[in-house]
Each structure stands twice: as structure tokens, then as C-alpha cells.
Write a protein that binds this ligand. Structure first.
Ligand SMILES: O=C(O)C(=O)C[C@]1(C(=O)O)C=C[C@@H](O)C=C1
Length: 366
């Protein structure tokens, strides 16, 4: 019994919670049973190799949840809970196997869980092209690779992998990147002589390091998770890495959120073998090869402008097929099936030496 008469009665509120939990449990299992019925339809229509994961439907479900949310839980929090419910429902239909750029503890693993939830089977790969190969070979259903960082720019390795791959982009996920200075339990801050991290993480924290650890050696590592693993047993070094690595290796945080730009984020792509129908709010990624002639770039950009299509990114990479030819990677708002997108693709296709649609996919929701 509460002392203060204006406070709710604790035992009574807990009883209310128990009753709600009972209903929630029933409803969640009813929802899961519906997912099993959906699986039956998919198998009947498309066979055992049907695509059980439906990115467009998941994006719609999550958007609806956020739109109708009245609180007190925030839109992000409620969507995260439903993300996990859908993840469990999908696993009941058919567990999905997702290859990601490892090792365990990387931001890519964090992005994979953010996108697919905890019920997906996540497998770390040693390199970006291994993620591509694993999905191409059918050993994994989907792959997750980083594509661009807001402070560091594009990850060219991922772009280059698309040149030799027939895989499609089926989604994107954006992760806020928070970097921490991590040490093992026996490390004394004043004894630190080396700081390990991935080169891009060192670059993202350069100003902070200049101010707090001037003159201390900075050693690039293949990943920040590996940097975290290395400092676990060293008493004179520190690592820069994120939450996942800190938890995985049980490291102490000497300083948190040390990235130089507070809105530091990385965008990851989901790659697979699936063409995704329109979700209502989509993006498309294109790969366009152009001969190196005057006005080549203008020829590609002009149709987007004339048809009023919002181009969200353009990157160029030297083509591997011949000297001085360029490949442009273009992202724009819209889906290949949209009536206003089709004339743009037709015109660019006529002007380019080669054009490949890498995929139309829902804009990242979470
Ligand atoms: O609607 C479907 O196709 C389902 O399989 C159901 C469901 C869900 O739980 O809502 C589960 C997995 C799919 O990726 C999308 C949605």
C-alpha cells in the first residue's frame, strides 16, 4: 500500500500490468500464427525458395506504427519493439541468414541487428567482397555492407564490388555512430602510449585525439572490433570503438561519444537476390558507365533535373574495363516502377555505354 494517497497503488498497477501482458502475449502469438499463414501462401505461390522476407511490407508496417503512435513511448522506441516482433515472426516463417562485414562487434553488426532484429542469424565475414560472395553463392540470404559515412565519405570497396556482382540492393539502414575510448580493466589512463582503431574511426575522432592525447601513437587496425579485442590484454593501450565492441570485450569507457561531428552516421546497404516492390517511399540506386567525352556527366544529370526527380547522391569510380572510362553510382528518390521514373531511366539508358539498376528499396525507416 502506498503511503501517499495521491500516488497510485503499486500492487494494483502491477496487477494491471500482468493483465495487459497476458493480452499482449496472446496477441503477439496470434500475430505469429498469421505470419505462419502468410508463409503457407508464399510457399503455395512461389515454392520452397520463396522470398519470406519482404522489405517493402516491413517498411510499411513500421511506418504505420510510427504514424499512429500516441506515446508515451517515442516513435523510435515503439518501432524498435515491433521490429523485434516482426523479426520473430519472420524467423517462424523461415529463419533468415545474414552475412555482414565482421568481425563481431563492428558497427555493421549493429546495423544488421537494427535492420533485421535479433531473430535473424547473423554471420560475420572478413571482408566486403566475402559478404557479396556469400550471398551470391546462396550461403546467406542477405548481406549488410557499409556504403558511406557522413564525415568520411563513400566506401569505395562496396561500390567496386557492385561492378562485378549481379546482386540487388533490397534496403538501407542508417546508424548514428558513437565512438568511445575503451581500455581493459588494468589500464591506467596516464600510461596509454598507443591508440588502436580502424583508420576511418581514427579520422572521425582526430580533433578529439589532438586535444586529449596529442603525440600518442595512433595505429590503424582492420576493424574497431579488432582494436577492442587487442587492448583487452594490454595495459598501455586504448581502442576507439562503439557500444557493441565495448560490450563484447567487456571494456571500460574512458570517454564516450568522442566523434568530432555530433551527427556522425553511416549508411549501410542490404544486398540480396530479390527485386523489391514499391513501398510508397523508396529510393533507387543506379550504376551508369559513360565514355570519357565532354558533357558526359551533364548528359546523365540533365534528365533528372528535367523530370524533377530528386537525386540524393552521385559518386564516380574509374571503370575497370578500360582506361579513362567512368562509372557513376547514382541514388535518387522513387521506385523503378514509378511512372515518372521510367522516362528518366529510358533516356539515361540511351545515352550511357551501360546502365544497371542496382535496386529500388524502401527508404530507411528506423
Ligand atoms: O507480410 C508478410 O509477408 C509477412 O511475412 C509478415 C511479416 C510480419 O511479421 O509482419 C513478416 C515477415 C516479412 O518480412 C514481412 C512481414
Amino acid at each position: 500500500m502506498s503511503q501517499d494517497k495521491s500516488l497510485p497503488d503499486l500492487a494494483a498497477v502491477r496487477k494491471e500490468i500482468d493483465a495487459i501482458d497476458q493480452q499482449l502475449q496472446l496477441l503477439i502469438n496470434q500475430r505469429a500464427a498469421c505470419a505462419q499463414k502468410v508463409a503457407q501462401v508464399k510457399i503455395a505461390e512461389e515454392g520452397e525458395n520463396a522470398f519470406f522476407y519482404r522489405p517493402e511490407r516491413e517498411a510499411q508496417v513500421l511506418r504505420n506504427i510510427m504514424e499512429r503512435n500516441q506515446g508515451p513511448l517515442s516513435n523510435e522506441e515503439i518501432a524498435r519493439l515491433f521490429r523485434e516482433i516482426m523479426s520473430a515472426c519472420l524467423a517462424l516463417e523461415r529463419p533468415v541468414k545474414v552475412a555482414y562485414l565482421g568481425p563481431e562487434g563492428t558497427f555493421t553488426q549493429q546495423a544488421t541487428i537494427k535492420h533485421f532484429g535479433h531473430s535473424a542469424v547473423c554471420v560475420p565475414m572478413a571482408a566486403i567482397d566475402e559478404v557479396f560472395r556469400e550471398v551470391e553463392a546462396g550461403s546467406a540470404d542477405y548481406g549488410v555492407v557499409p556504403i558511406e559515412n557522413s564525415t568520411e565519405g563513400v566506401i569505395s570497396h562496396t561500390l567496386d564490388s557492385f561492378m562485378d556482382s549481379g546482386l540487388k540492393i533490397s534496403g538501407e539502414v542508417v546508424l548514428r555512430i558513437h565512438q568511445h575510448l575503451l581500455v581493459g580493466e588494468n589500464t591506467r589512463p596516464e600510461k596509454i602510449s598507443t591508440i588502436y582503431s580502424h583508420a576511418s574511426s581514427l579520422a572521425q575522432c582526430r580533433k578529439w585525439l589532438d586535444a586529449h592525447y596529442p603525440g600518442i601513437e595512433r595505429v590503424p587496425m582492420p576493424s574497431n572490433a579488432e582494436a577492442a579485442r587487442k587492448v583487452k590484454g594490454e595495459w598501455h593501450s586504448a581502442a576507439i570503438a562503439g557500444d557493441m565492441a565495448a560490450e563484447l570485450y567487456n571494456l571500460k569507457r574512458l570517454a564516450e561519444n568522442i566523434e568530432d561531428t555530433p551527427d556522425n552516421s553511416t549508411r549501410f546497404l542490404i544486398i540480396g537476390r530479390q527485386t523489391v516492390p514499391a513501398s510508397g517511399d523508396d529510393k533507387t540506386s543506379l550504376m551508369v558507365s559513360m565514355r570519357n567525352q565532354p558533357g558526359a556527366l551533364h548528359q546523365i544529370l540533365e534528365p533528372f533535373n528535367r523530370h524533377n526527380i530528386d537525386m540524393t547522391r552521385i559518386e564516380s569510380r574509374p571503370s575497370r574495363s578500360g582506361a579513362w572510362n567512368y562509372v557513376f553510382f547514382i541514388d535518387f528518390s522513387g521506385h523503378v516502377d514509378d511512372a515518372r521514373v521510367q522516362p528518366v531511366l529510358k533516356e539515361i539508358g540511351e545515352r550511357a555505354a551501360d546502365m544497371k539498376v542496382l535496386g529500388s528499396y524502401p527508404r530507411g525507416v528506423l
